[in-house]
Design a protein around this ligand. Structure first.
Ligand code: ADP
Ligand code: MG
Length: 379
């Protein structure tokens, strides 16, 4: 049944509309978005779809086709941050954030269904938030821009759900364009669509989902974040964005804490890797992006220390089998890796990763090709 049909079966009337918002993979620029830095995600064909109708009585009903437990009914006036409504906190948090910002959202019936794998580092949470925000923006005529939608969605996740994520995921889901990667400056949310037509160049970007669930809510992310803030303070800058890559060794020499030094080295060098990637893509040298990805992985593994044995093995096995480059993507500690590979070698590389996982006794990974897809839209 269609998502609209499921909505009708659930709530007794057709929805006023149906919207979709994608998950994403990040090509390069990891743990840079809370340092005012650069990122370069692309949207996936996998989407969260929402069928939604307005209500005027202050009632919010949310339902997900992908979760047991039926309809969750809430009262928009008494939405409380971190009140633990499970998965429903994502759409409810969006309603809360919209109302906090003064938008007259008077209730809604929402039915969601998503093809974005959850907890795989592919931003199923942002897809859920952005699709809800876009639907409410349309239905209530709020006139929000895409970056405004992304920021409200991020606020829902930070303040209402209680996950301290940056803004990359929501910006990717809200603003991406088909066939392009999104070069985003998280300092001012300015962005540029960078052509990233892999098929035309005989290339593929594989996503290897290790099926190890990351848990972004846990302490490691907050610890990295605090370490980066400590680094910025010690260097007398507002954020690590202000540290020039050409002056990195000077900056490192001024840091006494070994952990902070590693974190700073990662963030500053990864910011620079985004700039290098942009320059390569603009010059049409897509294959040369491969080694930059692998360099980024080494930095995430050794300096930031957010990788996992599965992610390291995916990268190692892919590169050993002839990939152009590979790295973990997203928050790490599980989730997914990306692999840039010649189309002709994609099958062999994918098989090699599967074989390495089997030999290591790891769960069989899910492998698919990331085709740069469109951002959020009304269907
Ligand atoms: P990621 O965003 O990397 O997939 P998160 O931990 O940030 O991982 O978000 C995953 C959470 O988002 C799930 O645990 C669930 O609460 C919520 N979620 C994602 N997709 C759905 C869905 N289709 N239905 C209900 N909840 C969902
Ligand atoms: Mg998420």
């Amino acid at each position: 049944m269609s998502v609209a049909g499921e909505f009708a079966a659930l709530y007794g009337a057709r929805p006023e509309g149906v919207w979709a918002a994608p998950g994403r993979v990040n090509l390069i620029g990891e743990y840079t978005d809370f340092n005012d830095g650069f990122v370069m995600p692309l949207a996936l064909p996998h989407t969260a779809v929402a069928a939604v109708s307005r209500r005027t009585d202050g009632v919010l009903r949310v339902h997900s086709a992908d979760v047991d437990g039926g309809v969750v009914q809430l009262d928009v006036d008494s939405l409380e941050p971190r009140s633990g409504t499970g998965w429903a906190a994502y759409p409810a948090g969006v309603v809360w954030a919209l109302r906090e910002a003064g938008h007259p959202v008077t209730g809604a019936d929402v039915h969601l269904a998503s093809t974005v794998p959850t907890g795989a580092g592919l931003s199923s949470s942002a897809a859920l938030e952005v699709v809800t925000a876009l639907a409410l923006d349309d239905l209530f005529g709020l006139g929000l821009s895409r970056p405004e939608i992304a920021v409200l969605a991020q606020r829902a996740e930070n303040a209402f759900v209680g996950v301290p994520c940056g803004v990359m995921d929501q910006m990717a889901s809200a603003c991406a364009a088909e066939g392009h990667a999104l070069f985003l400056d998280t300092r001012d949310l300015s962005y540029r669509q960078v052509p990233f037509d892999l098929a035309a160049r005989g290339l593929r970007l594989l996503v290897v989902d290790t099926r190890v669930k990351h848990a972004l809510g846990d302490g490691a992310y907050a610890e990295r974040r605090a370490g980066c803030e400590a680094g910025a303070r010690a260097l007398g800058v507002r954020t690590l964005r202000e540290v020039d890559a050409a002056r990195l060794s000077d900056a490192l020499a001024r840091l006494s804490d070994e952990t902070v030094r590693r974190y700073v080295r990662h963030v500053v060098s990864d910011n620079h890797r985004v700039e290098r990637t942009i320059a390569l893509l603009d010059a049409g040298e897509v294959r040369a992006v491969g080694p930059v990805l692998t360099e980024g992985h080494v930095s995430l593994r050794d300096d930031l220390r957010v990788s996992s044995p599965e992610l390291d093995l995916a990268v190692e096995a892919a590169n050993a089998a002839g990939a152009l480059g590979a790295r973990m993507t997203g928050g790490g500690f599980g989730g997914s890796a990306i692999v840039l590979v010649e189309e002709a070698a994609a099958e062999a590389v994918s098989a090699a990763v599967g074989k390495a996982f089997a030999e290591a006794g790891f769960t069989v990974p899910g492998v698919f090709a990331a085709i740069p897809a469109a951002g959020a839209r009304r269907l």
